[in-house]
Design a protein. Structure first.
Length: 695
């Protein structure tokens, strides 16, 4: 098995190789490469599948007890400073590699059906492969500097993929918003990395943790500075994992094609933030104040995301706020010290959230033939309904995802979410209450989504509804001046814009009724349904195999085994019963409102208009940020421009004017007449005599 570890570096390199080959083909032989569409897709998928096979081999080896394997080489040296690069394979890495590669392969297979008629089909595969490679490189990184390098690559790839349809203004704006928001968090992360290196002299995770604890304990480092460094590092995951207050980019990122939405939300970008918290756990656990900040930020984000999701009508944006809420659970778990529970929920969530997003893409795919290629209408659940009889595979898998995320046993989400709630209750009952209440809201909005989409009568042919949605979308859009697109190196090629970059821009030959998606899209859904139902069984409280495999770095296996042996059945059934009860309550409310029609949601919205508008307008964070940061920075820029124009340019212009006028004046003295020069000298001498004679 040692040979596998020696070639583990191939896991991120294989998809990188695929992205390079296809990318070079697009640059050098664009037309030929685009004609060989499926050949390129097969190459990309095959290389990622090879990485997946190697990842699962490493996971099996780690399960069998192979020790942590680290291989490094010196990358930079200056005096006593030495920076190494390489890769490390431990339990955490092995699980994460398996999650990322398996979800990536299924998303790539799904992409063939979803993007089959898109003119950017090959380019999308190249981006996907580069994105997967960046995330895999981040996962195997043995130190904080290497993580930061791949961290930025993940951000760059997300920019390319969110703005994939760059001729849509909304997609271009969303890509910029994601990029800028993440730069805020990444700047904090960079400051934290530098601060920790200044304090500990190392970029290695466990070394940093041990030295930081020792420095604080001996008083060599102020506790305030330790807290500051830890929170600065936490700012990176706050942005990447869309935690309050840097969560605003993730819902807008739905402007990208649905396959990338699934990959971002399940196994790559947002998972990178939680993974970094896990990697930096040796540092965080020695700073209790930072742990409290992490826990409360996670709890608030979970509650906020859930309350916004209950009023969203765009199926993808509803799932986006669901992801924000679930990421809040993971961060909450890390903050209360439930290291295993947080990572367990990351794993279970990866599978059922990928399935839910791919299911939403299948719905959009089926709807476009009926409502046209307008993404606003095709994604609006008010134009759906009754799709279960048209799309049975999509409906069944979506229902499984709803049950899993709602925490209904024995589906995967129940075991991981219940473990988080149990751990939170033991540490802070208030945080448990927030998580428990959020679980009920989660069940409500997920089944609201299911009933609006798959049950009842199909509303996609109701012209009054379609016209209402189109007019509402037109009214919501602010008029913008027409911008001339750029052509040339680094921009579009002439004629590329005319080809179109919409979903299925060439048409699919859809009928006038919804229909099931092709097998390349339904097969990944069916495969993802299996772990969504069963994978939680590896982490049951009475025999927690997952905790015996993944546990905090500060604990030993013997301590973990002793803790897992202390299973209290009464406590488990009580806590589980309470969490299932609130989930069932949320489902029943959704049934009464959106299936049985016994309760009118519109009447509730009219009765509590302030709360309804608060949720519908996303707690007004986008409006606040726009007014404070966008408009505020524009005003500041104008003031800086005034200073530049009047002070800086004024000083430069004044110097020029002085030189011009002085030169113009002096030229009249240069006459060439010796008598005049003698007179000037005589006058100057006389003046000096008078001045010095007087003094």
């Amino acid at each position: 098995m040692e040979v596998i570890y020696q070639y583990a570096w191939l896991i991120p390199v294989l998809p990188l190789l695929g992205a390079m080959l296809v990318g070079l083909g697009l640059i050098s032989f664009n037309q030929v490469t685009n004609r060989l569409r499926q050949l390129n897709a097969v190459l990309i998928i095959s290389l990622m599948a090879a990485a997946m096979g190697l990842s699962f081999s490493l996971l099996w080896s780690q399960i069998q007890g192979h020790p942590t394997y680290t291989r490094t080489l010196e990358w930079a040296a200056a005096g006593s400073f030495h920076l190494t690069m390489g890769y490390t394979i431990d339990h955490l890495t092995a699980v994460m590699l398996a999650i990322v590669t398996s979800v990536a392969v299924l998303v790539m297979i799904y992409t063939d059906g979803y993007m089959s008629h898109d003119s950017g089909y090959v380019r999308f595969y190249a981006y996907l492969s580069l994105f997967g490679s960046s995330m895999l490189g981040l996962v195997v990184s043995p130190n904080l500097v290497q993580i930061y390098i791949f961290w930025e690559l993940v951000g760059m790839c997300s920019y390319l993929l969110v703005g994939f349809w760059y001729d849509r203004k909304s997609a271009a704006d969303a890509a910029q918003k994601a990029f800028v928001t993440n730069r805020v968090g990444d700047f904090g992360l960079l400051l934290g990395i530098l601060g920790l290196f200044w304090a500990t002299g190392s970029f290695e995770f466990e070394v940093m943790g041990d030295r930081l604890a020792e420095l604080v304990q001996t008083g060599s480092l102020s506790n305030v500075l330790a807290i500051l460094f830890a929170i600065l590092v936490f700012l990176g995951p706050v942005a990447k994992s869309a935690q309050f207050p840097l969560h605003v980019w993730l819902p807008d990122a739905m402007e990208g094609p649905t396959p990338i939405s699934a990959l971002i939300h399940a196994a790559t970008m947002v998972a990178a933030g939680v993974f970094l918290i896990a990697r930096m756990y040796p540092v965080f656990e020695h700073v209790p104040a930072a742990m409290n900040v992490i826990a409360y930020v996670g709890a608030f984000t979970a509650f906020m995301g859930a309350t916004i999701a209950i009023t969203q009508n765009d199926i993808k944006k509803g799932l986006a706020y669901s992801t924000i809420s679930q990421l809040g659970y993971m961060v909450l778990a890390m903050g209360v010290g439930a290291y295993t529970a947080g990572f367990f929920h990351l794993m279970t969530h990866a599978f059922f959230k990928a399935m839910l997003f791919l299911g939403s893409g299948s719905v959009i795919h089926g709807m476009e033939g009926v409502v046209g290629h307008d993404p606003v209408v095709a994604q609006d659940m008010r134009a759906m309904g009754g799709l279960r009889k048209y799309m049975p595979v999509t409906a069944i898998t979506f229902l499984i995802g709803c049950l899993a995320i709602s925490g209904i046993p024995p589906f995967a989400g129940f075991w991981s979410k219940d473990e988080i709630l149990g751990s939170a209750f033991a540490v802070n009952p208030f945080l448990w209450f927030v998580g428990w209440l959020t679980a009920g809201i989660t069940a409500f909005y997920m089944f609201r989504m299911y009933f609006m989409t798959f049950e009842g009568q199909f509303r996609g042919k109701d012209e009054s509804i379609l016209q209402q949605l189109k007019s509402a979308a037109t009214t919501a859009m602010e008029p913008e001046p027409e911008l001339t697109p750029n052509f040339g190196p680094g921009a579009m090629k002439q004629g590329e814009l005319a080809q179109g970059h919409d979903d299925h821009s060439d048409g699919h030959g859809h009928s006038d009724t919804p229909h099931e998606s092709p097998w390349t899209m339904t097969l990944p859904l069916a495969v993802l349904a299996i772990p969504s139902m069963l994978i939680g069984l590896v982490g049951t409280p009475y025999k927690n195999y997952f905790e015996e495999f993944i546990y905090p770095p500060s604990e030993t296996l013997a301590e973990v085994m002793e803790k897992t042996a202390e299973f209290d059945a009464t406590e488990f059934y009580t806590m589980a019963g309470i969490s299932v009860a609130i989930a069932v309550t949320g489902i029943v409310l959704a049934v009464l409102m959106y299936r049985a029609k016994k309760i009118d949601p519109a009447a509730i919205a009219a009765k509590y208009p302030s709360l309804y508008k608060l949720s519908l307008n996303k707690w007004y964070f986008d409006d606040i940020y726009y007014r404070v940061f966008v408009l505020g920075l524009r005003r500041l820029a104008r003031q800086v421009l005034e200073v530049d124009f009047r002070v800086v340019d004024g000083a430069v212009n004044l110097t020029g004017i002085f030189t011009l006028f002085s030169g113009e004046s002096l030229k009249y003295i240069e006459t060439g007449r010796a008598q005049l020069y003698a007179l000037i000298i005589f006058g100057a001498v006389l003046g000096l005599v008078i001045v010095f004679g007087v003094t």
